[in-house]
Design a protein around this ligand. Structure first.
Ligand SMILES: [Zn+2]
Ligand SMILES: [Zn+2]
Length: 155
């Protein structure tokens, strides 16, 4: 409320333009703003300097967020690769171990089934086929037939 004799707020001069009437004040620094000096990049008016500073802060925050997202993505990709590598290394070790055991007991059905399952788990379809071919070549198609229900040896 303006008291008698006092100029109402709206008649204050703009901080930059003494001849222009201020219509608002900057939400950041409180500077009096005439209509052309108001910048709205939110609900409250700002002066150009405060608006530019806020835009700069937002841009930096975006860059930081983007960097963090990129780093997180990179980390996830590396983690998946490492996990996958560890996984295939673990299966490779298991397959080598089973292949060694099968050399000692060439027609052991339990070992053969374990070998095939390890190859299957590591998505090594060629290895799986080769393991079956080798086994049926040595020991006949008995186990192959029982496991797969197929009569013919694997090709
Ligand atoms: Zn300001
Ligand atoms: Zn102005």
């Amino acid at each position: 409320m303006a008291y008698r004799g006092q100029r109402p707020q709206a008649e204050r001069a703009c901080g930059r333009h003494a001849a222009a009437e201020a219509v608002s004040a900057c939400v950041g620094c409180g500077a009096a703003l005439c209509d052309p000096c108001q910048v709205f990049d939110g609900p409250e008016p700002s002066c150009r300097d405060c608006a530019a500073a806020r835009r700069g802060r937002r841009r930096r925050a975006r860059v930081i967020a983007l960097g963090a997202a990129g780093a997180a993505l990179l980390f996830a990709v590396v983690a998946i690769r490492v996990t996958h590598w560890q996984y295939s290394q673990a299966y490779a070790a298991r397959v080598a171990e089973l292949a060694g055991a099968i050399e000692q007991a060439p027609c052991d059905e339990a070992l053969q089934l374990e070998l095939v399952r390890a190859l299957e788990s590591s998505h090594d379809r060629d290895g799986e086929r080769a393991a079956w071919r080798a086994y049926t070549g040595r020991c006949g198609v008995g186990l192959w037939r029982r496991v797969t229900g197929r009569l013919k040896a694997p090709e």
